[in-house]
Design a protein around this ligand. Structure first.
Ligand SMILES: NC(=O)c1ccc[n+]([C@@H]2O[C@H](COP(=O)([O-])OP(=O)(O)OC[C@H]3O[C@@H](n4cnc5c(N)ncnc54)[C@H](OP(=O)(O)O)[C@@H]3O)[C@@H](O)[C@H]2O)c1
Length: 261
């Protein structure tokens, strides 16, 4: 039985996720790297172990765009979970669908966070002061509640991405409210601008380091001063007013739509 606190990080084979996972291992967490590609997962785990000397780093194979994959992983999970960091996201240049027929960005960036939260909540409830951190973005907006899967408009990966990141921020507020009686705090963060496949697909570079990108997510997951703080949005460790969480009816509508998938 480990004495370390346990953290799960999705998208941990990506640029920011890798840095988040390594920083959590440096903070002496037992770290589970979530990945869909086993070779990348093994390599990431090995690199983090060698860089940090923390032997309790492992991986979970999950396709974050598929509910069945998340529920299967949760069914095998045992024991308390202290931190869940939802970070996996995709920005395909052309419209793609999952095998279930769900548009890929909505499935991965929005429903992936939603399902990870739902399926791992029972384990978060077993922890003393559990936290969920949703890696969102300042680059967010224009959510079309009637066309979340981009069925009735020309696909533009940037527009759908901004919509998905608005949804992350809205659903963080929704989950913060719904999970408050379980003592689970839920916050959203902007990580920073980091050069990655995701940002390149959107036509951006990124001038900030992966470690800076990981800094706010890790701070939100661990800072003592954030104990009991929930439903907030942070950029560079600073609370930033988020207008997306304020329209409670729209937040609830989005939550209900996600529940139906
Ligand atoms: N980069 C920026 O400037 C920036 C700015 C604001 C917010 N963000 C946010 O930061 C987070 C991380 O982005 P990043 O820049 O680090 O991107 P990235 O390097 O492209 O990493 C994305 C990660 O998500 C994983 N992923 C994608 N689809 C998946 C699926 N279906 N199942 C499991 N894993 C999946 C990828 O796995 P594979 O390795 O298998 O592809 C990869 O590990 C995202 O939530 C993004 O919205 C980034």
């Amino acid at each position: 039985m480990s004495t370390r606190k346990t953290a799960i990080i999705t998208g941990a084979t990506g640029v920011i996720g890798k840095a988040i996972a390594r920083q959590m291992a440096e903070k002496n967490f037992r770290v589970f790297v979530v990945a869909r590609n086993e070779d990348k997962a093994r390599q990431t785990v090995q690199n983090i172990k060698s860089a940090t000397g923390n032997p309790e780093v492992d991986y979970l194979l999950i396709d974050a765009s598929r509910k069945s994959s998340i529920s299967e992983a949760a069914a095998k999970w045992q024991g308390p979970l202290d931190v869940l960091i939802n970070n996996a996201a995709a920005t395909p240049r052309r419209r793609e669908e999952t095998p279930e027929g769900i548009e890929m960005q909505f499935a991965t960036n929005v429903l992936g966070y939603f399902w990870m939260t739902e399926y791992f909540t029972p384990f978060l409830k077993m922890s003393a002061a559990p936290r969920i951190v949703n890696v969102a973005s300042y680059w967010a907006g224009d959510l079309n509640i009637d066309d979340l899967e981009c069925k009735n408009q020309q696909y533009n990966n940037n527009n759908i991405y901004r919509q998905s990141k608005q949804a992350n921020r809205m659903l963080s507020v929704a989950f913060a409210e719904k999970l408050k009686n379980d003592g689970i705090s839920v916050n959203a963060v902007h990580p920073g601008e980091v050069n990655s496949r995701l940002s390149n697909n959107l036509g951006f570079g990124g001038h900030e380091s992966p470690d800076l990108g990981a800094d706010t997510p890790v701070w939100a997951a661990t800072a003592i001063e954030l104990e009991g703080v929930s439903g907030k949005y942070f950029e560079y460790r600073r609370e930033t007013i988020c207008r997306f969480g304020k329209d409670k009816m729209l937040v609830e509508k989005l939550f209900e739509i996600c529940q139906r998938y």
